[in-house]
Design a protein. Sequence first.
Length: 286
Amino acid sequence: MSAPEIRTIGVVGLGAMGAGIAQLSIEAGYETVGREVTDELGEKARDRIAHFLQRKVDKERMTADERFAVLERLALQTELAALSDCDLVIEAIVEDLEAKHALFAELEGIVRPDAILATNTSALSVTEIASAVSTPERVVGMHFFNPAPLMPLVEIVRAELSSDDAVDAAYTLGERLGKKPIRCHDTPGFVVNRILIPLLNDCIRALDEARISPEELDTAMTAGAGWPMGPCTLVDLVGIDVHVHASEALYEKLREPRIAPPPRIVAMRNAGLLGRKSGRGFYSYD
Ligand code: CAA
């Protein structure tokens, strides 16, 4: 296949990551179709994006007219069929292989044969996701980091059957979105999570071993290791459920004890202490 020129981007799933990716897309000038399962969830994502763009206006990094024009580029839809004209679709739905298979199989029947299908999965295999379609050469990983509008990296993941054209098109798009893309292969956790997940789990184990508080651990890693954000603040931001799920998925594949989620954080997930999104994790939020 030869990759199309990217003019219109689809984003499926407008949670924290999908909304961030849609924000990047409209700010970079792309007509963007954002798909959520209900109008309410779509509106919530638009409000979130509108809020962060307003902060840019407040800080004089964008004019009110520019903000208006940027928001105009986002079309919210609940029907997948609305993605038929997209040159590239980025999937950012729940981290569940069956759900992703169903979505990719349906998308394949909707988009043009040359459209690229990208997944923002952080812990599943892009190759396994691509196995749901009859044209796996058009499937690549585009793994953004949380919060997507602020974190510069995007991992461009080559699955076993990805074409060079699809990988190159995703890389070029990453650059046009203002990111620093890196190319990597489809290995568990890709590059950053392969390193960061065991490290964060070690941090959580140190809480109990060193008998310190989350505040003290965060101070240790920001003031002693130069991290921009302490590990407890970071896991609260990413979502305790997301972190536990990613740890379990990587542990299943790599079987390294450090990757397994510590019991403390599994208990937090089971108790509904999910971090920022639930109002309470290691810290409490208003
Ligand atoms: N979306 C869009 N805009 C946002 C935002 C978001 N989620 N969060 C903040 N902003 C905007 C806000 O408008 C904010 O300004 P105001 O507070 O005045 O409104 C502006 O960005 C700047 O925000 P901050 O002052 O909080 O920025 P900062 O300089 O403190 O940096 C940070 C924030 C970039 C997140 C920094 O703390 C950092 O690098 N933290 C580490 C994050 C990290 O490691 N992420 C990776 C997580 S792992 C992962 O993502 C992998 C995975 O697969 C799950």
